[in-house]
Design a protein around this ligand. Structure first.
Ligand code: ADP
Length: 254
């Protein structure tokens, strides 16, 4: 069963031109799909459509074999939007409490945290390297640390599908390395599907197993090898950029 199946998707905003058309792809457990494309090519719009926040003009989206319009099992999906200002900067919660918020969606009334919940939140903070910051006030942490707390909040609910919009753009180097080592581990465990946007071609090459390239239409969908051998992608990106994606840091050109 694919985790996400997109079938011939067309999208336009009211009174606007097509943002993209002809987008079809499938991803399943263990896939890490990176969405690439120039500014304005509809990458964020695609993520929002997958979340049911925007309605496509034409075409179908299914999550876990259910059309997104009827999908209700949102506890299986974790989303980290771009430039995360999800929380009031003066929100007087600790890092641990913010991480625990990721468990609220799965709770029925009364929504109280148990000791077990706090243990899970502590384990999630440990996973993002912030165990020692658990009792610090969230708003007093650095931007990179806040982003990692939000990743812990996402991970604590153990989502099967993780959607990330430019996760590294606000991160310092240490947080970025930590962030991607976590994503790589999730990917390697093979139970989760990760779908993320970046404009960093090297990052895409190092951490994705599949690529989707949007540019008004779907220019490419496939695995790394197909991407690196695609003469169309070479023509669209230029050989230097294609090389940046395909030449991974182990020194071996792909
Ligand atoms: P990307 O993430 O690739 O930069 P976006 O999905 O943010 O692209 O935007 C795609 C296009 O849709 C852009 O031309 C943008 O201006 C337009 N757009 C985005 N959001 C809206 C909106 N809410 N209403 C109208 N147009 C929008």
């Amino acid at each position: 069963m694919p985790t996400v199946k997109v079938d011939n998707l067309y999208f336009r905003y009211p009174n606007g031109p097509d943002v993209f058309g002809g987008v079809s792809f499938e991803v399943g457990k263990g896939d890490s799909l990176v969405v690439l494309g120039p500014n304005g090519s509809g990458k964020t719009t695609l993520l929002k459509a997958l979340l049911g926040l925007e309605t496509p003009y034409e075409g179908g989206i299914s999550l876990f074999d259910t059309p997104v319009a009827r999908f209700s099992d949102w506890g299986r999906v974790g989303y980290l939007p771009q430039n995360t200002r999800l929380l009031n900067p003066h929100f007087p919660a600790t890092a641990l409490e913010v991480a625990a918020l990721g468990l609220l969606g799965g709770k029925k009334f009364p929504r109280r945290f148990t000791r077990g919940d706090m243990d899970k939140a502590a384990a999630a903070l440990d996973r993002v390297g912030l165990a020692s910051r658990a009792d610090r006030i969230y708003s007093e942490l650095s931007g990179g640390q806040q982003q990692r707390v939000l990743l812990a909040r996402l991970l604590v609910g153990e989502p099967e599908l993780i959607l990330l919009d430019e996760p590294s753009s606000a991160l310092d180097n240490e947080s970025r390395a930590m962030f991607f080592s976590i994503l790589d581990a999730i990917n390697a465990a093979g139970k989760t599907t990760v779908l993320w946007i970046t404009h960093d071609m090297g990052e895409a090459g190092r951490h994705a197993s599949k690529l989707l390239y949007l540019d008004g239409k779907m220019r490419f969908f496939g695995d790394m090898e197909g991407f690196c051998h695609s003469s169309e992608m070479g023509a669209v990106l230029g050989p230097y950029t294609q090389h940046t994606v395909c030449h991974r840091h182990d020194g071996a050109p792909k």
